[in-house]
Design a protein. Structure first.
Length: 307
């Protein structure tokens, strides 16, 4: 749910930023645009905080502020999610700040500050929730994602390495696991895509041409490495409560999965139409379904199409 709100916030900012003009704005226009973008950030973030408070945190008991070490939960898949979200929030924030007409360095700085501020407030809200707590590892992943984007933009003025996301819907053959998935991850397609860690992959997608200029490949072609997990139905172990009794499945081996695949950097596809550029920018949130090799539990396998 929290990732969904974040993506929706980013999409609103993409809509604003897609109206970029070729002619540099004058100082008065820059000032007006800065105020507009600041207002959109404030309104969008404020609305997401209110929504999170009502639809997420209100369902769980509150507590005094506290810290929580969740480094071993979900085989660190949630940390990969923080890494991905913070990177893309910085990416889209920059689109909006660059549209105002400020210098590139200032746009990068503002996007980094805007992004890390938002994520810090979210983490602080976790700190007052009895089910979670302030996690320094979450903040480390958040900071790493913002830095990955900012460092590339400052050094190269382009993103040679992008963080992307893919997911698939899984119907579990085991009735007990299917019931657990329905109760914990949700039944609908959007819920499963956002909450089922077993169905998600976080990708580091590298543009071949920008890294190896002599390569005879299209400018938009990327190679991607992915990280996912499987057989995880609880944070630390496969055990959960069923009818006031603890049900455990130690026979299901929790595992990490590593992937290698091809991808597309959609923003390297040229278009003269602003709405098309906006769509391509939004598409760079996701990894293109493509053939993939996977390594799990020491076994190598392949898929003709992997989501």
């Amino acid at each position: 749910m929290r990732h969904l709100l974040l993506v929706l916030s980013c999409f609103l900012l993409v809509t604003v930023a897609s109206a970029q003009e070729a002619i540099a704005p004058d100082s008065a226009t820059i000032t007006k645009r800065k105020h507009l973008v600041a207002a959109i950030f404030g309104g969008t973030y404020g609305a997401s905080f209110i929504s999170l408070n009502k639809t997420w945190y209100a369902n769980y008991p509150r507590s005094s502020f506290h810290f929580y070490n969740d480094g071993k939960e979900w085989l660190q898949m949630d940390k990969a999610g923080h890494f991905y979200s913070s990177y893309n929030l910085a990416r889209i924030s920059h689109k909006a700040w660059a549209w105002t007409g400020v210098s590139e360095k200032k746009a990068v700085t503002l996007s980094a500050l805007t992004s890390i501020s938002y994520l810090t407030i979210i983490e602080t809200m976790d700190g007052f929730s009895d089910n979670w707590g302030w996690s320094w590892l979450d903040m480390t992943a958040n900071t790493a994602g913002v830095l990955l984007w900012s460092a590339q933009q400052l050094k190269w003025k382009e993103q040679k390495f992008r963080l992307k996301y893919s997911a698939h819907y899984t119907n579990y053959a085991d009735p007990a696991i299917q019931a657990r998935a329905n109760n914990y991850f949700g039944k609908s397609l959007p819920e499963r895509f956002l909450k089922d860690y077993n169905a998600q992959t976080i990708w580091l997608s590298a543009n071949i041409k920008s890294i190896w200029p002599e390569a005879q490949v299209p400018k938009w072609l990327n190679i991607a490495t992915g990280y996912g997990i499987d057989n995880t139905y609880g944070g630390y172990e496969n055990g959960w409560m069923v009818n006031n009794q603890y049900y455990t499945r130690p026979d299901l081996k929790r595992s990490r999965q590593y992937y290698l695949s091809l991808d597309v950097d959609f923003e390297r596809i040229k278009s003269n139409k602003k709405w098309v550029r906006g769509v391509l920018t939004f598409l760079n949130f996701i990894k293109l379904p493509a053939p993939a090799l996977s390594l799990s539990n020491g076994k190598l396998s392949g898929s003709l199409i992997y989501f």
